[in-house]
Design a protein around this ligand. Structure first.
Ligand code: GLA
Length: 707
């Protein structure tokens, strides 16, 4: 039997319940949780900072001490109140094993404190020093082809290595002991972007660890063999030691094994976070502890599982500079991050003042764009607006990355915009600390994403994010606020739930959605949804058996389209009747049972077949969308859905965002963002007078006192 070097995390929360749920006793919806005391710690942080956190990653070890003094003067000028320090400092803090040099950090923290700037102190465990890898080459991550990754950059330790665990414990204890009571330290920042750049390690340690994780998940080999369908291609396992991760092999490894490997890899990183967090907690019972998520582009961590372990949800967001609707992708990332933290205040731990350095073309932000980006996060509940980085580096791989203090220095457009933003945020201190909740939820499940993107699927053109983004964009353009939710969460508080991309639905999730509609909920289901259970196994009884009766339609066959092709659809009933569209990528061949056809295919693989169907189920309504629609072409569908869900669209100008925030003191605020090149006038719902916004302008406004 394999012996793991760590205790495995309990994987049961991700385990698909074997078999079908009893129809008489559907499982209770999953509750969202956070560590005990997390909310109090975050409220205390906001109070201590006097409102919204504003600042950046600060890497003073790259600069002589005279520059530190200039830095704090400029930070004060910009309104900075929090900086993340020490993220990459392990080699400076522990120059040889067990020998620490804290003198420089002591001086820095004292200087920051004297200047009223708080510190989000990092554990530098993303980059162990060179001496560590020299002594422990086996602690490096190993790629799927068996190659160990070399040190010399960052982010390459194997999360299952006991040597890495021991070394991270030593530096974390040392930092916790020395700095938890330092008056500058306001928060702990564990590691940096877990899973970037190396997500999965295939080392011998990781392989043994995976087997232990599987034993905890399945208990017996018989259960594992059944869950994985190992009778296919004769893969039956007779001993745990026979199981290996999806290393490079002849053709496709077992998809259920691949899915469990992704679950395990996320858990292995999460266990490293919990290990450091628990050490820090011993020293700092009252400080928030978190790490920086990459909710917008990193799909390798199950952030719902991570969300319940951090005190505050966070994001590092980097704009897609060549996307004309990049502000909509940003909005989606912000709504997802807030939802991962159950709607509570969250922190944007990194974004950029202008261009980055790691894209093929690092397009600079236009004047006003940084403020629009920042306020869009703030309007969606962020109580921290932070950047990578404070001062642009002169050397190293990121020397062309933008910063709050660019290479051009204080007398620059970027620094002037940084100061203006700092002043706008400090003026909105009373708006901090609020929770944001919307009436509409979009389902988001990392396990489903992983499963949907495994190779050998009906088409490579149907992407999880792309499909959700199209539906999100429709709501964004309609000025409808959105939360994201896991399909097993309690959805009863939502007037409307959208499932644009829910390929995998566990039995518990399927039962939850069924109960939601039965109880009066409105559910819209996209193509290729509800196809497999938690083991990536198609349920008997039809391709969409999980929701076929709820949607009044059964999927007889998938008909993905050749590259570049599309099929015509025509709306024949419902509020959108008369509209027509071309739908790329996908057609379902549907057999309508109890549903009403709202749109039909005019041509393509199933001419005359149903494309969109609405069905009454229990006290609620469900829609099945059997095609891929662009945001504009979703309008007829959503008109029908809004009408049924009782959602009345506000009359705001196109391209102008109106984001309400409620202060803890009851004050009402609106973040207004004009994304258009024209002046706009908008009256936030319930406000007495309109507000004028110049082209590209944004601002935080307090509702005028009632007369
Ligand atoms: C990430 C990292 C930072 C920095 C930035 C550059 O978000 O966390 O350390 O490398 O990217 O954009």
């Amino acid at each position: 039997m394999a012996v793991s070097s760590f205790n495995p995390l309990d994987p049961s929360a991700t385990a698909a319940a074997p078999g079908s749920p009893s129809p008489d006793s559907p499982p209770a919806p999953r509750q969202r949780t956070c560590p005990d005391g997390a909310r109090e710690r975050v409220s205390a942080l906001i109070k201590r900072l006097g409102g919204v956190a504003y600042g950046a990653d600060y890497n003073p070890e790259q600069w002589p001490r005279e520059v530190w003094r200039e830095d704090v003067a400029l930070m004060r000028e910009a309104g900075v109140n929090l900086v993340s320090v020490g993220i990459f400092s392990w080699a400076r803090l522990e120059p040889s094993p067990g020998v620490f040099d804290f003198e420089w950090l002591d001086e820095l923290l004292d200087l920051l404190h004297e200047n009223g700037i708080s510190v989000d102190l990092a554990t530098p465990t993303v980059v162990p020093p060179a001496w560590f890898y020299r002594a422990n080459p086996q602690a490096r991550a190993v790629l799927a082809d068996g190659t160990p990754v070399s040190h010399g950059s960052r982010g390459i330790p194997c999360p299952s290595s006991p040597e890495y665990r021991e070394a991270t414990a030593r530096i974390t204890h040392a930092l916790g002991e020395r700095y938890s009571a330092h008056p500058a330290v306001a928060m702990w920042h564990v590691h940096n972007e877990y899973g970037a750049p190396i997500t999965e390690s295939f080392s011998d340690y990781a392989q043994a660890d995976f087997r232990s994780w599987l034993q905890a998940r399945y208990g017996t080999l018989e259960a594992l063999n059944t869950a994985w369908g190992t009778t296919f291609w004769g893969q039956i396992y007779g001993d745990w030691e026979e199981i290996i991760p999806p290393l490079v092999t002849g053709t496709e490894p077992n998809p259920a094994l691949q899915l469990d490997w992704k679950r395990f890899s996320s858990d292995a990183q999460l266990r490293c976070f919990i290990h450091e967090r628990d050490i820090l907690r011993e020293y700092s019972p009252n400080l928030p502890i978190t790490t920086n998520f990459m909710a917008h582009n990193c799909d390798t961590s199950d952030l719902w599982r991570w969300g319940r372990e951090v005190d505050v949800s966070t994001n590092d967001h980097y704009l897609l500079p060549e996307d004309p609707s990049r502000h909509i992708e940003l909005a989606m990332a912000a709504d997802l991050t807030r939802s991962l933290g159950d709607g509570g205040p969250w922190i944007l731990l990194e974004h950029s003042t202008s261009g980055v350095n790691w894209r093929p073309r690092n397009v600079a932000k236009t004047p006003g764009e940084m403020a629009r980006n920042s306020l869009s996060h703030f309007g969606r509940g962020a109580d921290g607006i932070m950047f990578f980085q404070w001062r642009a580096s002169c050397f190293g791989a990121e020397k062309f990355h933008s910063a709050m203090v660019p290479h051009a220095g204080r007398d620059s457009r970027v620094f002037r915009e940084v100061c203006a933003l700092g002043s706008a945020l400090s003026g909105a201190a009373d708006a901090a600390g609020s929770r944001v909740r919307n009436r509409v939820a979009i389902l988001w499940d990392y396990e489903s994403l992983w499963a949907q993107h495994l190779p050998w699927r009906p088409t490579v053109d149907l992407g999880f994010r792309e499909q959700i983004r199209a539906w999100y964009e429709r709501l964004w353009r309609d000025h409808v606020g959105v939360d994201f939710a896991h399909p097993e969460f309690d959805l009863s508080g939502y007037d409307l739930v959208l499932a644009p991309s829910s390929y995998l639905l566990t039995d518990a999730a399927a039962a939850n959605l069924r109960a939601y509609v039965e109880g009066g909920g409105k559910l819209v289901v996209g193509p290729f949804c509800g196809i497999v259970d938690g083991n990536d196994t198609v349920r008997p009884g039809g391709l969409n058996a999980a929701l076929a009766d709820v949607c009044g339609v059964s999927v007889e066959e998938f008909c993905p389209l050749p590259e570049g092709a599309d099929a015509g659809i025509s709306w024949t009933a419902g509020v959108g009747a008369g509209a027509a569209a071309r739908a790329p990528i996908w057609c379902d061949d549907l057999r309508v049972t109890t549903g009403e056809v709202l749109a039909e295919f005019m041509d393509g693989p199933v001419p005359g077949g149903a494309a969109v169907v609405r069905n009454s189920f229990g006290a609620g309504t469900a829609w099945h969308v059997g095609c891929v629609l662009a945001p504009a072409d979703l309008a007829p569908l959503m008109a029908d859905v809004y009408a049924e869900a009782g959602i009345v669209l506000p009359d705001y100008p196109e391209g102008v965002e109106v984001l309400p925030r409620l202060g803890q003191d009851g004050s009402e605020w609106a973040v207004l963002i004009n994304h258009t090149p024209k002046e706009a006038e908008v009256t936030p719902a319930g406000w007495p007078d309109p507000v004028r916004l110049a082209a590209g302008a944004s601002g935080i406004f307090r509702r005028p006192e009632r007369a």
